[in-house]
Design a protein around this ligand. Sequence first.
Ligand code: SAH
Ligand code: SF4
Length: 374
Amino acid sequence: MPNNDPVPENVIGMSLEELQQKLLQMGEPGYRARQIMHWLYKKRALSFGEMTDLPQALRRRLEEEMAVRLPEIRKVALSQDGTRKYLLALDGDPEQSSEHTIEAVAIPEGKRLTVCLSSQVGCAIGCPFCATGQEGFLRHLLTAEIVGQMLVIQQEFAEPITNVVMMGMGEPLANYRNVMKALRLMNHADGMALGARRLTISTAGLAPGIRQLAGEDLQLNLAVSLHAPNDELRNRLVPVNRRYPLKQLLAACREYIEKTRRRITFQYILLRGVNDSVKYAHQLGQLLSDLLCHVNLIPVNPTGQNGGYLRPAEEDTGTFARILLQYGVKTTIRRERGTDIRAACGQLKQGSKESSGPSYCRISTFQASEGMDD
Ligand code: SAH
Ligand code: SF4
């Protein structure tokens, strides 16, 4: 017999206000919401039963009417450099029948613990060098699933997570509402209480989303995946450029910088023989010379599916960087981590279809190295 009981509401992902409202509806005082959030986000509780400063009767009611549901760790791959990649199963969206998996990555580095989270299952943008892009789009993640990635990873480490980058699978600005709600919970004093400057969104360049972000009262870091200095090349490498060509994208970036007074990081994957020539370095330098920005050069990571794409020789990467510096554009070369477990940028994909070794995953690590404010 099918079970028609309603699925209890997940407390993860609820804002303080929503939780207060829920408690009031239950005839309970609203101040309990703060206590519950404290348990979930600061004391790492995984059930209402653990929340010992709540009256026992309330704990029982909460267990009946609500749930603490997190993604489930299916696999962990540990890199030699300490990076850990998680394959997570989503219990998910009650409207979805089949189970989806996503990947998230943890990068410990000194006092920092950065997590790279996914925003969608798959991605609709389809950049040819990116493993996620090759899978197509399956669905958006719920707020609970975005925050949940962080909470399950936090359970694995004694030290607290210090930085979050939305650079896993998917395009965060295409799932704007859920991503922003998740980031607000991470930032909230009663949530994870992470400073906004420790939170980074990476976008393929959805101009309207960038404008919207400029109007938010949350001073996040913004990273824009540029990858090409002209429309012809960018149409191929980041196909959403056809919808928001460079002129429109850079106008949105300018507006963002003017409104927020914040520096943007432009990410530029170097693909040998495709976008790494001296000519393109000059074009990029000219394009960005008067912008408050920083360029992060990323030698492409192999994904197994991006056949044709190779890293440039080290000296060519150096030459590219030096040309940008001539234009006064601050530039760094990203140091990759986790490549031995395919946890590096563009290498993340749904794990269920593994064919050759541990090939699920994608992350970026640059937050852990340079280019972002502390
Ligand atoms: N969709 C967003 C965020 C996720 S991708 C975006 O594109 O920005 C995070 C970063 O990884 C992007 O800069 C993306 O271009 C980069 N990336 C994708 N595939 C890569 C690969 N094979 N090697 C190196 N970086 C890659
Ligand atoms: Fe999507 Fe980003 Fe991959 Fe492009 S690089 S396909 S936008 S996840």
